[in-house]
Write a protein that binds this ligand. Structure first.
Ligand SMILES: [Fe+2]
Ligand SMILES: [Fe+2]
Length: 338
């Protein structure tokens, strides 16, 4: 029996400035086995949260996921490119620290309690879509989220070898569900691809990389940054916890919005799955992952709190962009959906 398989490697996107240009040009060259040349691109004028740097960083990180068609896989560990990536990560991380409330005193438990409280009058995109959103705005939301959901589970999975004991066991128990609990059709990545198909959108991995703004790229880059650095494992766990804890109420609103708009069953099913599964994940992540990690490595607690706040800060920037555009009746995408 033969199967028609979709192309595994996405296409390299178009550059959006000098940094992404430098990365794209490099990747289109033959990789040298002993590439130790520095990539001389100045970062002094680069906006740490702007489209050029975020896209350049996204491309660098993607080499650790699926790579790009026509780009040699060996670029993943090219010292020259990693040096450039490290410089971009430094300015990105510094910008995230500036966005995040730097109170040092909060415990991870306090921070998780804050994340659990829903505002009486919420203003994020799930509220907007539930109450006033159009089907076109819902499609835009899917496009933004496709960058993450089509690789859901993967950015956080990098942290697994850096954990021990109960924290590792609980982390993997949650990821087991994200990865479909043994069933390929139930991979949350696949459930989101089904949603995209049902919504009349392109479910190709990274199919909309050139359609999303910097705020969307930054949300995913943050996960890759935390996941790929053992030094940042506390922040990765905090980010993971924040993702799970905030998911059920937001997913419930999304399911309500989709029912109001008469969306197809796969669209509603994706969010209903997250209302149910993440209610359990929330409990497991609190005690099993965060509780055990902080007990085992107390020095990591400020990083765990930072990871939770960094998640919130970048999600808020994306939310402000989405609802700001929609209130003005404008598209939130870099290129409108045809
Ligand atoms: Fe999920
Ligand atoms: Fe989950």
């Amino acid at each position: 029996m033969t199967f028609a398989l979709a192309a595994v490697e996405p296409r390299l996107p178009s550059a959006r400035g000098p940094l992404s240009q430098a990365v794209c040009e490099l990747l289109s060259q033959r990789v040298s086995r002993h590439h130790l040349e520095r990539v001389e691109v100045p970062l002094t004028d680069a906006d740490p949260l702007g489209l050029d740097l975020q896209l350049a960083l996204y491309i660098c990180y993607e080499l650790h996921y699926r790579g790009f068609s026509g780009v040699h896989p060996r670029w993943e560990w090219d010292a020259g490119l990693l040096h450039l990536r490290g410089r971009m990560e430094d300015v990105f991380l510094a910008a995230v620290h500036q966005l995040v409330d730097g109170r040092e005193d909060a415990s991870a438990d306090d921070e998780m309690a804050v994340l659990s409280v829903e505002p009486a009058r919420g203003e994020g995109p799930s509220y907007f879509l539930r109450d006033n959103g159009t089907w076109e705005q819902m499609q835009e939301y899917f496009v933004h989220r496709s960058l993450y959901h089509l690789k859901e589970g993967d950015p956080h999975a990098f942290v697994i070898p850096r954990l021990q004991g109960q924290a590792k066991a609980s982390f993997v128990a949650i990821e087991f569900d994200e990865y479909g609990a043994g069933r390929g059709q139930r991979l949350h990545q696949q459930l989101f691809a089904d949603l995209m198909d049902s919504a009349g959108l392109d479910s190709t991995y990274l199919g909309y990389l050139d359609a999303v703004p910097a705020q969307t790229l930054a949300v995913v880059n943050l996960m890759s940054l935390f996941g790929l650095h053992r030094e940042l494992r506390g922040a990765a766990v905090g980010h993971f916890a924040a993702t799970e804890i905030t998911s059920p109420p937001g997913s419930r609103r999304m399911a309500q919005a989709l029912r109001r708009l008469g969306a197809g069953a796969p669209c509603v099913a994706f969010y209903e799955e997250h209302v149910e599964a993440d209610a359990v994940h929330e409990q497991v992540v609190r005690a099993g992952v965060v509780g055990d990690l902080v007990a085992r490595e107390p020095a990591l607690e400020p990083d765990v709190v930072f990871g939770m706040r960094a998640f919130g800060a970048l999600e808020d920037r994306l939310a402000d962009h989405l609802t700001g555009c929609w209130r003005e009746g404008e598209t939130s995408l870099a290129r409108p959906l045809s």
